[in-house]
Design a protein around this ligand. Structure first.
Ligand SMILES: Nc1nc2c(ncn2[C@@H]2O[C@H](COP(=O)(O)OP(=O)(O)OP(=O)(O)O)[C@@H](O)[C@H]2O)c(=O)[nH]1
Ligand SMILES: [Mg+2]
Length: 380
């Protein structure tokens, strides 16, 4: 199964309706003036975020989207009707580029956010409006202008603060279920999780954060083995990665050192290794099956692998709340640092000083607001 979180689609806005050439013809009024009405505007194409959607796979089936043309004007000064808009629903986290120029068109971050991706054509003018003192019977009119047609490259990046990494069966989905109200599928076989899942960790007294669970990685994933590394892109903007290992030591389960090395190797092979430098905490899971002595031994070994090491049982929730608490503080501290950097950069004047801030170019910084059309002003 190939997970589709990229798609190329073609969008076509409606053409503007032509203006009409017409003259009043009524009994007893022999030479009525011009009464050709204007055309209607062509419909535009919009992309809109919808919270319930999780993939771009629908664009494997439908790749062309068109809004309707405006109607031509007609006699008796009748204006043509506007062409209907076309709205394309996408998951939140969809980035839109022009597929040909590679220009960034915008990012759909919130439910209900709308971005215009193809402008409908402007209406043509009917001959009634060309009437002047020197030309009382104009035959001029203008045709409507054509609507935009463009190819769009859509790319989905889930928005998450925390990313889960690990071999199949490490217990990532069990952890997500313990940490949030998400209900991922959990089973004792590899590749239970086939699509990324998002869960929100809620706190009564402060902001929560989101966790993304991706399918397990295996050796060679960077070269396409298993479900490959196509999901690693979702980890690209997280603030901390939790690398889960199965520490149960059960028969058939590789040692934590082996598990760690496989994932570490794949991170090095993915892209230009950009995930390697990310904050990554090692989480030894399934400690419920270990006694005190075994736990101490596993943790001593884990500490030789990583700086930040935790022990949990996702199944019994032991250690889970403590870990969630630490993550909350970590994220709060990073956000405070980002804010300091932003303020300092602003004080030192040139806006380009933002380059200091690693999150400045993040697609999730609020930079896309210019593209955001308030829904009330959107077409009905
Ligand atoms: N004893 C014990 N079993 C656990 C624990 N956490 C998960 N398991 C079991 O380990 C198996 C795999 O759990 P999942 O959460 O599906 O693992 P995963 O990492 O999401 O696996 P994939 O989706 O296949 O990559 C299931 O049978 C879980 O019940 C734990 O803390 N203790
Ligand atoms: Mg899973």
């Amino acid at each position: 199964m190939k997970f589709v979180d990229e798609a190329i689609i073609t969008v076509q806005a409606g053409n503007g309706g032509s203006g009409a050439v017409s003259f009043r013809r009524e009994k007893y009024i022999p030479r009525g003036g011009p009464d050709g009405g204007d055309g209607g505007d062509g419909g535009s194409v919009w992309v809109e975020g919808v919270a319930g959607l999780g993939t771009l796979s629908q664009f494997r089936v439908q790749r062309r989207f068109a809004a309707k043309n405006g109607q031509p004007g007609s006699g008796r000064n009748k204006t043509g009707g506007k062409g209907d808009e076309c709205t394309i629903e996408v998951p939140c986290g969809t980035i839109i580029h022009d597929a040909d120029s590679e220009e960034l068109i915008g990012q759909v971050l919130h439910h209900g956010q709308r971005i215009k991706v193809a402008q409908g054509g402007f209406h043509g003018i009917g001959n009634a409006r060309y009437k002047s003192s020197t030309n009382r019977a104009p035959r001029q009119f203008s045709p409507g202008s054509p609507g935009d047609t463009r190819r769009l490259h859509l790319e989905l990046k889930l928005l998450a603060d925390v990313g889960l990494l690990g071999l199949p069966n490490a217990g990532k989905s069990t952890f997500l279920a313990a940490a949030s109200s998400a209900k991922p599928k959990i089973a004792n076989y590899p590749f239970t999780t086939l699509n990324p899942q998002l869960g929100i960790v809620d706190f009564a007294d402060r902001n929560g954060y989101s966790i993304v669970d991706i399918p397990g990685l295996i050796e060679g994933a960077a070269d396409g083995a298993g479900l490959g590394t196509q999901f690693l892109r979702h980890l690209g903007r997280t603030r901390v990665l939790l690398h889960l290992v199965d520490a149960s030591g059960m028969p058939g389960v590789p040692s934590i050192e082996e598990q760690f090395a496989v994932i570490d190797g794949e991170l090095h092979n993915y892209g230009d290794g950009f995930l390697v430098g990310r904050p990554r905490w090692l989480v030894c899971n399934k400690i419920d099956v270990l006694d005190e002595e075994e736990r101490a031994e596993v943790m001593a070994r884990a500490e030789t692998l990583a700086d930040d090491v935790y022990a949990i049982s996702a199944a019994t929730r032991e250690g889970v709340d403590e870990l969630l608490e630490l993550i909350s503080r970590w994220i709060a501290a990073i956000k405070a640092d980002e804010e300091d950097l932003r303020v300092a950069a602003e004080r030192e004047a040139p806006p380009s000083a933002d380059a200091e801030n690693p999150w400045a170019e993040s697609p999730w910084s609020a930079a896309s607001d210019a593209n955001e059309e308030p829904k009330e002003n959107g077409p009905s």
